[in-house]
Ligand binder design. Sequence first.
Ligand SMILES: Nc1nc2c(ncn2[C@@H]2O[C@H](COP(=O)(O)OP(=O)(O)OP(=O)(O)O)[C@@H](O)[C@H]2O)c(=O)[nH]1
Ligand SMILES: [Mg+2]
Length: 420
Amino acid sequence: MSTPASKLDILQGFLDATSGHLDDRPLITQARAVAERAADRLRFPQHFTTIALAGTTGSGKSSMFNAFTTIDRSPAGILRPTTSEPYACVWGSLAQADELLDWLGVSPRRRFTRESPLDANDEATLRGMILLDLPDVDSVEPKHRVEVDRLLHLVDVVVWICDPQKYADQLVHEGYLRQLAGQRSGLIVALNQTDKLLPAHLPKVGADLRQLLDEGGLANVPLVATSATDRVPELPATKRGPIKPKPGPFSTEKAANGHPGVATLRALLEPIIASGTAGADTVDRDVSATLNELSVLIGPPGAQPASGPLVDRFLKNEIDLGVREYASAAAAELPEAWQEAVLRAADSRIGELPDVVNQAMEVVAANRPRRVWLPGGKRRYEARTDALLQQEIERVALRYVVEPVRRVLASYERARRSLA
Ligand SMILES: Nc1nc2c(ncn2[C@@H]2O[C@H](COP(=O)(O)OP(=O)(O)OP(=O)(O)O)[C@@H](O)[C@H]2O)c(=O)[nH]1
Ligand SMILES: [Mg+2]
């Protein structure tokens, strides 16, 4: 069975193989970042599930955070944007979560714990949750956006908070939700502030948002109706009849405890937290998606061309042409990124070649065997000089062109095998 750790090993093996050849490729840079954070996340306690409340300004992230923590820890406000740095609340031991929170970059002043003997039972189903209140994604403050983007890549589950005014925001759907869905195992969309809607309007707004999500490839992402400060309006009763009513746009699970306006959201989060696998699942999803993307860097096996034609070109002093022909033959079957690496390797010492070839020719001339006046001696003499020259030039070709190309092809083969 392939575990997140074994997939990460594959990714790391692939990255090792490509090292020094494809370093400037954005795909490789991204894959390195994924491998690094996956390795980090797997090192931290797995019983913690990090859940970020993210979304546009004023949608109610901080209010939601406070509804869960039941103590107003993160100021919610009228002035936009209100939250400028992430807040975290740990349902469990703050000491055990310390390193994880350091890694997430939550300032020690903004960490709280929700561990009190008074409500130990009510909160038992949330044990292990680390809830994060993030700054807004659409901020007038560019640094908020940078901070959110960084954190969204690190957390296990994202709860995206929309409000009835801005739920159709294109930036949100195209810039965030579609990408998040591919990377993580946990993504939930909450339509918040539903208490501001008339009961009859709620299903319409919900259906519209549901459709936007479905069209964006997020059909499996749950949608919940929430209110961080009040109650979710009761949906109008559907008429009973012979035709089964269409399923509503919202999830309908209900948690036993907690603020009534966030009870459905809580009910969706409880099993994720209880499983204790959200961290590993997100690593798994993220690494698998990356491995998939990297498959464009792999193709049919490469083959090292014979060096004869290259040596012939050098003997005729057609150095550039010889190198170009050799590199093209070596790169022919490879994916584009590796073609470039082969061409670069073949060219890496081209500046030195004219002198080196010249020197080789001079060495052969200087070490020319003594001419012997015997019948057939001239022919033998020339043949020996040619053989010497051939040998010297072959040595140059190997060292300056064939060997650098061989190293790239060997790495390509290792990379291919690692993904096989
Ligand atoms: N009626 C109603 N008001 C809400 C709800 N959620 C938040 N609000 C109000 O909306 C305003 C913004 O709420 P915040 O919780 O600060 O929003 P935020 O998403 O944290 O905003 P930023 O930190 O600026 O990104 C506050 O005045 C809240 O009281 C809700 O569900 N219903
Ligand atoms: Mg806030």
